[in-house]
Design a protein around this ligand. Structure first.
Ligand SMILES: Nc1ncnc2c1ncn2[C@@H]1O[C@H](COP(=O)(O)OP(=O)(O)OP(=O)(O)O)[C@@H](O)[C@H]1O
Length: 197
C-alpha cells in the first residue's frame, strides 16, 4: 500500500526544508506549485484555454503567459479569478494524480504531495493523511522577513492572506513543529515516518 501524504504549512513555515529531507530519504515529493507552472506552458491544454478566455494580451512576446499581468487581472476581479482557477486547478489535480499513480505502480511506501494551500483549495480528498509544518507566528514572520527581505508590514500582509497555522493544526493528522533547529525537525520527521511507514 502506498500512503499518500499531503504536506502543507504556511508561507515560510518550512515545507521546502521538509520536502528536501523527504527526497533525501528517497520519498517522491510531488510539488503542486511546480506543476501549476508546467501545465500552463505554451501549447498545453490549460494554456490554450487561458488564451481563449483572457486573450493574447496576457501573453509575453515569446508567447509564454505573462504571470504578473494575469495576476493583476485576477487580483481585482473575483469572477476572472474563478475562471482561471477552473482551468488551472483541474489540470494540476490531474497531473498530481498521474504522478501518484506512478508511485503506486512502483509500490512505493509513500508519496508526498507538497500543496501549500491544501486546506484552502479543498484538496484534502486526494490524500490519505495530512502533514502540517507548523511554526508560531513570530518565528514565521522572522523567517519570512529574513528570507524575502520584507519589512514587518510586508510580511504580515502575506501571512494574513492565508489561513493561520494554528487553525490548520486542527485540520491536520500529523504536525511537525519547525520552531526549533533543523536537527529537531529532522528527528520529528524521521520518528513520524518510522511510525506510519
Ligand atoms: N528549523 C529552521 N531553523 C532555521 N531556519 C529555518 C528552519 N526551517 C526553515 N528555515 C528557513 O526559513 C525559511 C523558510 O523555509 P522554507 O523555504 O522551507 O519554507 P516554505 O514553507 O517552503 O516557504 P514558501 O512556501 O514560502 O516558499 C528558509 O529561509 C529556511 O532556510
Amino acid at each position: 500500500m502506498t500512503i499518500v501524504i499531503g504536506l502543507t504549512g504556511g508561507i515560510a513555515s518550512g515545507k521546502s526544508t521538509i520536502s528536501s529531507m523527504l527526497q533525501e530519504k528517497g520519498i517522491r515529493v510531488v510539488d503542486a506549485d511546480h506543476i501549476a507552472r508546467v501545465v500552463v506552458e505554451v501549447g498545453e491544454p490549460a494554456y490554450n484555454q487561458i488564451v481563449e478566455e483572457f486573450g493574447i494580451e496576457i501573453l509575453k512576446e515569446d508567447k509564454t503567459i505573462n504571470r504578473e499581468k494575469l495576476g493583476t487581472i485576477i487580483f481585482s476581479d473575483e469572477n476572472k479569478r474563478q475562471t482561471l482557477n477552473s482551468i488551472v486547478h483541474p489540470a494540476v489535480r490531474k497531473e498530481m494524480l498521474k504522478q501518484v499513480e506512478e508511485e503506486k505502480n512502483k509500490q512505493s511506501n509513500a508519496v508526498v504531495l507538497d500543496i501549500p494551500l491544501l486546506f484552502e483549495s479543498k484538496l484534502t480528498h486526494i490524500v490519505d493523511k495530512t502533514l502540517l509544518v507548523y511554526v508560531d507566528q513570530e518565528t514565521q514572520m522572522k523567517r519570512l522577513m529574513k528570507r524575502n527581505g520584507y519589512n514587518e508590514e510586508e510580511a504580515k500582509m502575506r501571512m494574513d492572506s492565508q489561513l493561520p497555522l494554528y487553525e490548520k493544526r486542527e485540520l491536520s493528522d500529523y504536525i511537525i513543529d519547525n520552531n526549533g533547529s533543523i536537527e529537531s525537525t529532522k528527528k520529528q520527521l524521521n520518528d513520524l515516518l518510522e511510525k506510519i511507514l
